[in-house]
Design a protein around this ligand. Structure first.
Ligand code: ATP
Ligand code: MG
Length: 455
């Protein structure tokens, strides 16, 4: 009918038809149009270039000047597995990030469109594979229809959990042959290990990651879902800090934002708000005390304009300022002392010592930001990642079975140069992406705050 003709995405129509009505085997099924016959399919030679700008020298590019790389475009490919043979599982690990529910919802809806009947959620991260008290959650469009209207994860999240071998044992027991793993660097390291283990056991299992990091700290990707929402919410916190500081006599507002080793949220929120006088990120060293330190500059700001607002990222780089605990969380990540609280206390002490009155207010909006519902932009990118993702899964299985495309094993999805592409997991989690102190963006931030070097 007209509606069908006008609104159904052509890719979906064709692939769905193939998926449902063509008897397929893991071998290339007869009756499939070849790439040449139907140009709606993405060809594996369709690629996106990592960098569009050619810098003539590392100085003009900053430290980010790396060799241009090519990435395979996401999109419809031929499918190789029968949807009725699929049991798909979704798991969310690590911390919360706006958009998790959007991704879960979209995975479920898309799998259903493909005719997959067995879709389950693994509760509370990898832990759900081993904890007998945690039953897997049957998922359907009905269950997930409205979950994107609230933040958090329908499935719950956790850190730590069973060994990779135990996870794969559990997947075999449950008959899971498709695993969607939503999480950050740790989760992806896990996903890659699960994938490797499945290959070792010669299981026809597809493991694919969806990068979840509010900090936008995944290498090679333009932006990850959750980041936009975080910046937007961070701006609200900054605005409150500004109002508090501005309305007080010699008011100082301090806002601590997420970013363990990457200051993207702090930098972008500072820039966007236009209300920050001092932005401190892990990538750029600073002194608190001393003639060129942050505290002296705060005093100067109070004298000159009566109030000041500071934005500080979590600062893994400044562990030297914090009490050494050597503590780690269940996943083995270093537990950070609270840099925001530290700066607040030092600021109070400093002004008390100088006899110069200052009214210091501290805001830590971390959990409010993480638990937010995704904004339109993040919801959109979550949706797109998944729309493209599931088509990959089928192909991916094929690749695994035949080992023909071994180079693509352990992949995740993301945006490169505004296009959605596949990334190899090990490369994107090799180290966190960080703000380049020589970049134009950081210099714009410095121009906007007017802050000097604190060294
Ligand atoms: P975020 O940093 O945003 O909170 P994350 O995915 O990095 O997200 P982690 O708590 O570090 O969060 O890890 C999530 C899960 O991945 C945990 O269950 C942890 O046990 C597992 N994991 C972490 N690193 C590895 C690894 N190298 N191999 C296998 N599993 C891992
Ligand atoms: Mg992490």
């Amino acid at each position: 009918n007209d509606f069908e003709a006008r609104f159904r995405i052509p890719h979906l129509t064709d692939v769905l038809h193939d998926a449902v009505s063509t008897p397929v085997s893991s071998d290339f099924a007869e009756g499939y149009p070849s790439d040449e016959e139907w140009h709606g399919y993405i060809n594996n030679n369709d690629r996106v270039l990592l960098k569009v700008i050619h810098y003539s020298s590392p100085t003009s590019a900053g430290a980010e000047c790396i060799d241009p790389g090519w990435f395979t475009v996401l999109g419809p490919r031929k499918i190789y597995f029968k949807p009725e043979d699929v049991k798909a599982a979704i798991v969310t690990c690590g911390g919360l990030c706006p958009g998790l529910n959007d991704v879960i919802r979209q995975i479920v809806i898309t799998l259903e469109i493909y005719g997959v009947k067995k879709i389950v959620g693994i509760p509370f991260g990898y832990r759900g594979f081993s904890d007998s008290n945690l039953a897997e959650m049957p998922l359907s469009r009905k269950v997930v229809q409205n979950i994107h209207l609230s933040g958090g994860s329908l499935l719950g999240v956790s850190r730590g959990g069973p060994t990779v071998s135990d996870i794969v044992d559990s997947m075999e027991e449950r008959g899971i042959n498709m695993l969607f793993v939503l999480g950050g660097n740790g989760t992806h390291a896990g996903a890659n290990a699960i994938h490797e283990e499945c290959r070792k056991r010669r299981l026809k299992v597809a493991v694919v990651g969806v990068p979840k990091t509010i900090d936008n700290d995944i290498l090679l990707m333009d932006k990850t879902f959750g980041f936009d929402t975080a910046v937007e919410e961070a701006q609200r916190a900054i605005n409150s800090a500004y109002i508090e500081a501005h309305s007080a006599y010699h008011g100082i507002g301090i806002v601590k934002l997420m970013g363990r080793s990457s200051g993207f949220i702090a930098m972008q929120a500072s820039l966007a708000s236009g209300q920050i006088d001092i932005c401190l990120i892990p990538e750029v060293p600073f002194n608190l005390h001393g003639p060129h330190g942050v505290l002296n500059h705060l005093k100067y700001l109070l004298e000159r304009k009566g109030s000041a607002v500071v934005c500080v990222a979590e600062e893994l780089g400044r562990l030297d300022l914090l009490e050494k605990t050597n503590a780690t969380d269940a996943s083995g990540n270093t537990v950070l002392g609270d840099i925001g609280v530290y700066i607040q206390q030092e600021t109070k002490k400093f002004f008390k010592g100088t006899g110069f009155p200052a009214d210091v207010k501290y805001i830590d909006p971390t959990y409010m930001i993480r638990a937010c519902r995704a904004n339109a932009s993040d919801g959109f990118s979550a949706l797109f990642l998944v729309k493209m993702l599931y088509l990959l899964i089928y192909t991916h299985m094929f690749w695994q079975v035949h080992g023909a495309f071994a180079g693509y094993s352990g992949i995740t999805v993301g945006i490169c140069n505004t296009h959605y592409v596949y990334f190899p997991i090990p490369e994107v989690i090799a180290q966190p992406k960080v703000v380049d102190p020589n970049s134009r963006m950081w210099h714009r931030c410095l121009t906007s705050t007017g802050q000097p070097d604190f060294i």
